[in-house]
Write a protein that binds this ligand. Structure first.
Ligand code: GLC
Length: 541
């Protein structure tokens, strides 16, 4: 990499890279396999950095690659400061960072502080006896007076969140799988050991962290039962039977978040992203007081909001209204835990979704493969890998469908591996792949690249204001303005043609980009008719 601080200083204005840029999530098992074992790895990511630079994204967030028994595919870490041999070595990691930086790309790591693997040496010590010095590094409780778990807290992946350790007669708490015991973040020794793992990677020049389930870090110190959820319906995910007010999103977790932020701030221009499955009004709390929290508390609400112009418009308005001064908004369409956008809204609307993601105000995060329209892949029961599929069968909650290998080309195994891929590859990879779409001016990939380029070139899009524009029916419209040229974005979220008019269109405007390759670009004036599933970006004069 060129000199570290030099590349960080390549700012064209006073906005930081993560305020203007686009984040791209790589699930390393599924990106590119360089060894033939059927699982992607770090050298595989390095080999595809040219592709990411070509696409135009600014940062790569890499899901966990640490040593792990893989009970939750790496979200069960047994060593925070090394690389699982399946993914490569620390040297491979250094090479990835150096090569990324040489291309102006940032590298964001996934940090999993809420829980370790049950095979982490800390937990092995902790469970070895009640008097072990590390006993209090995890959350151990006696059985309730009537026997059984100490509280009614439920595991996110099903069942009680407490697991009895027969040998010592106490229960340990695990918000997720029993193989993922929660650390005790009220213990200062845990705090300093974990914060040091951040410094380990910061010293290796990473550009930031996406923090796994940050809102779970503290639990009620009085261990009160969670109340029942009055809205729970039979057939819902079992975890939702309770309102987890005593086991997640506690007010005092903010102090821990700012502790983490302080460490990140010891290094220049690093970013702190927080994973939060919470309502909007709680998400914004994680910016912290006076910016002491996360830079980007992940906003997943587009994943949960019905694909409806009025509802999405209301969501954006609500979010804009809740943001604290200086809080950088952000938007996400999908990730390794959620059904893919192309499956949720269909291929035609996937293009509209791409336009929405890249033209809303705030930092977009893309999920690998969404740029070519990869969809969920149905995995036959005998090939299911996700532990959630095993622990909660039949609820359709398994996450394998959205984690299938990246489709690089039309050749064997979509160019992902020379071996047997760890998950099946989509049947239609000969039609949906990077190689072909790169050459096709009408492809989703080409379209994504144009959107990212436009967003990068136009200050109004990466830094301008957002204002909802009135629109009827299935149309969602908004103005992005304030810095440089202004744009009007009009998205038809439906499958019928929609007339659209706006006072600003009475003077001449220019169609800059459309989701539909056959819309002619250039000057336009007066009302326009959006074709079914069409979104347009109009430059205003
Ligand atoms: C996060 C991860 C998910 C994982 C869970 C437990 O939600 O995104 O994949 O299973 O945390 O670590």
């Amino acid at each position: 990499m060129p000199d570290t601080d030099e590349h960080r200083d390549l700012q064209t204005d006073d906005l930081l890279w993560w305020q203007k840029g686009v984040v791209y999530q790589v699930y390393p098992r599924s990106f590119l396999d360089s060894t033939g074992d059927g699982v992607g790895d770090l050298p595989g990511i390095t080999q595809r950095l040219d592709y990411l630079a070509w696409l135009g994204v600014d940062a790569v967030w890499v899901s966990p690659f640490y040593p792990s028994p893989m009970a939750d595919f790496g979200y069960d870490v047994s060593n925070y400061t090394d690389v699982h041999p399946m993914f490569g070595t620390l040297d491979d990691f250094d090479c990835l960072v150096a090569e990324a930086h040489a291309r102006g790309l940032r590298v964001i790591l996934d940090w999993v502080p809420n829980h370790t693997s049950q095979e982490h040496p800390w937990f092995l010590e902790s469970r070895s006896s009640r008097t072990n010095p590390r006993r209090d590094w995890y959350i151990w409780r006696d059985p309730s007076p009537s026997g059984g778990p100490p509280t009614n807290w439920l595991g996110f992946f099903g069942g009680s969140a407490w697991e009895l350790d027969e040998a010592t007669g106490q229960y340990y708490y695990h918000a997720f799988l029993p193989e993922q015991p929660d650390l005790n973040w009220r213990n200062p020794d845990v705090q300093s050991a974990m914060l040091d793992t951040l410094r380990f990677w910061l010293d290796r020049d990473v550009d930031g962290f996406r923090v796994d389930v940050i809102y779970h870090l503290l639990k009620d110190d009085q261990f009160r039962d969670n109340p029942l959820n009055p809205d729970y319906k039979v057939g819902d995910r079992p975890y939702t039977q309770h309102l987890p007010i005593h086991s997640a999103d506690l007010p005092d977790v903010q102090a821990v978040v700012s502790m983490i932020r302080k460490v990140v701030d010891e290094y220049p221009q690093r970013v702190l992203i927080a994973e939060l499955y919470l309502p909007l009004e709680r998400i914004v709390a994680y910016y912290g007081v006076d910016g002491s929290g996360a830079h980007l508390p992940f906003n997943f609400r587009l994943i949960f909001t019905p694909w409806d112009a009025q509802q999405i418009g209301a969501l954006v308005d609500q979010y804009e209204g809740l943001l604290p001064p200086g809080g950088q908004p952000n938007w996400v369409l999908g990730n390794h835990d959620k059904s893919r956008i192309a499956t949720r809204v269909g291929p035609a609307q996937a293009r509209v979704a791409a336009m929405l993601l890249t033209t809303l105000k705030g930092t977009p995060t893309m999920y690998y493969g969404d740029e070519i329209g990869m969809h969920d892949v149905r995995i036959p029961p005998e090939l299911l890998q996700d532990p959630v599929a095993r622990s909660l069968p039949g609820l359709g909650l398994d996450r394998d469908p959205q984690r299938t290998p990246m489709q690089w080309g039309a050749g064997a195994n979509a160019g992902f591996t020379n071996g047997t891929p760890w998950l099946p590859i989509a049947d239609d990879f000969a039609q949906i792949n990077v190689e072909d779409q790169r050459e096709d001016p009408a492809s989703l990939l080409t379209f994504y690249r144009s959107l990212i380029q436009l967003r990068r070139d136009e200050p109004a899009l990466h830094a301008g204001t957002y204002e909802r524009a009135p629109a009827a029916g299935d149309v969602l419209a908004y103005l992005r303005a304030g810095v440089g040229r202004g744009f009007l974005v009009a998205l038809n979220l439906g499958s019928q043609p929609q007339p659209f008019e706006h006072g600003r269109l009475e003077a001449e405007a220019r169609v800059t980009l459309s989701t539909l390759p056959d819309r002619s670009l250039g000057p336009t004036a007066g009302p326009i008719t959006l074709a079914p599933n069409e979104g347009v970006i109009l430059e205003l004069r």
